[in-house]
Design a protein around this ligand. Structure first.
Ligand SMILES: CCCCCCCCCCCCCC(=O)CC(=O)SCCNC(=O)CCNC(=O)[C@H](O)C(C)(C)COP(=O)(O)OP(=O)(O)OC[C@H]1O[C@@H](n2cnc3c(N)ncnc32)[C@H](O)[C@@H]1OP(=O)(O)O
Ligand SMILES: NC(=O)C1=CN([C@@H]2O[C@H](COP(=O)(O)OP(=O)(O)OC[C@H]3O[C@@H](n4cnc5c(N)ncnc54)[C@H](O)[C@@H]3O)[C@@H](O)[C@H]2O)C=CC1
Length: 301
């Protein structure tokens, strides 16, 4: 183990420190430099958001951009991703984030080659890896267990679980090889905690996201040390019923039942989830990793 204050990380590799930084003789990173307290919490961040073309992913993209992040908005639906970027004031508008123009990307997160190319394209476009990665891409193929097809199982697991594995792995590889710290936020669901009628595939995928994220948090927390932060943090967000195109497919009689079960008495908005994601993306959550943050109005607390 390299001695504290040596400027070397736990493997003896040089720490990525800002120019002119000198480790205090005590070796303990000093309190955060004053210039960290900026009015935009994500001023220098490059954020990759998957599923950015709709619902929660679009709301996350808007919120991160408001905090100063440059957003790489990725979706299976390129036109939808481009629409999100237009909303952010990216290509085609005069507003540009401090870190460069917001940009749309197309990729199917369930395909390894597509995810590899996505990270290559993002780094080629911005000359750095994304320091914030939010995986929102997901879908449902609801059916009772007794009737669920293998294809409905396979597709939901491929997108919702394998997709998050591929994106988390590719992003972490890029951050570690660049010596950069980061915050990875994976969108699970309260269904991953309690299950749900008609969703054996979806519930399994979302429960898997929680376990994947906790394990990634254990492995990545110390890989990259930084003068005023440590490693790559990985957290899950577990939304409840949020009003998006995904929930519009739910039979009204089910929606009527669930609203009565929510302590706060109403469905959530995508912006409610975006607020929690932004907190986890920022240094305000600098000592939080491996957490599962429920955004449910109290449903199934
Ligand atoms: C008392 C229970 C209250 C409901 C609790 C629900 C909690 C769920 C919280 C989820 C929050 C997070 C959501 C999320 O992550 C994003 C999504 O996944 S949105 C999609 C959520 N999907 C569902 O909830 C499944 C909805 N159901 C269906 O799509 C269809 O029912 C299904 C395709 C499974 C079957 O369709 P069909 O054969 O046409 O049967 P019916 O629709 O007529 O239903 C028969 C019967 O079963 C009852 N039922 C169906 N789904 C649910 C359910 N999720 N929870 C409880 N009960 C359900 C339905 O009401 C019918 O009951 P009857 O008494 O016979 O009318
Ligand atoms: N809406 C809700 O109540 C809840 C949603 N969630 C999760 O939040 C995330 C976002 O959901 P919503 O915004 O509600 O859904 P949505 O359907 O509005 O948006 C999902 C987006 O993901 C994209 N997508 C789907 N498959 C993809 C793939 N293979 N590659 C890349 N992009 C893909 C879609 O094109 C779409 O733009 C999902 O992971 C969902 O499971 C979790 C809990 C509750």
């Amino acid at each position: 183990m390299a001695p504290r204050g040596s400027g070397l990380d736990w493997r003896g590799c040089a720490l990525a420190t800002p120019p002119g930084w000198d480790w205090p003789s005590a070796g303990c990173p000093p309190a955060r430099p004053l210039d960290m307290a900026s009015q935009l919490r994500l001023r220098s961040a490059l954020a990759l958001v998957t599923g950015a073309g709709s619902g929660i992913g679009r709301a996350v993209s808007v919120r991160l951009a408001k905090e100063g992040a440059t957003v790489a908005a990725c979706d299976l639906d390129r036109a939808a991703a481009c629409e999100t970027v237009w909303l952010l004031g990216g290509q085609g508008s005069e507003k540009v984030a401090p870190g460069g123009a917001h940009t749309a990307f197309q990729a199917d997160v369930s395909e390894a080659g597509a995810v590899r190319r996505l990270l290559e394209q993002v780094q080629a476009c911005f000359s750095r890896p994304p320091s914030v990665v939010v995986s929102c891409a997901g879908l449902t193929r609801d059916e009772f267990l007794l009737r669920m097809s293998e294809d409905d199982w396979d597709r939901v697991i491929a997108v919702n679980l394998k997709g998050i594995f591929l994106v988390t792995q590719a992003a972490a590889q890029a951050l570690v090889s660049s010596g950069c710290r980061g915050s990875i936020i994976n969108i699970s669901s309260i269904v991953g905690k309690v299950g749900n009628v008609g969703q054996t595939n979806y519930a399994a995928s979302k429960a898997g996201v929680i376990g994947l994220t906790q394990t990634a948090a254990r492995e990545l927390g110390r890989l990259v040390r930084h003068p005023w932060g440590h490693g790559i943090r990985c957290n899950s967000v577990l939304p409840g019923f949020i009003t998006t195109p995904m929930t519009q497919k739910v039979p009204q009689k089910v929606l009527d039942k669930v609203i009565g079960m929510i302590p706060m008495g109403h469905l959530g908005d995508p912006e409610d989830v975006a607020d929690a994601v932004t907190f986890l993306a920022s240094e305000d959550s600098g000592y939080i990793t491996g957490a599962s943050v429920e955004v449910t109005g109290g449903l199934f607390m």
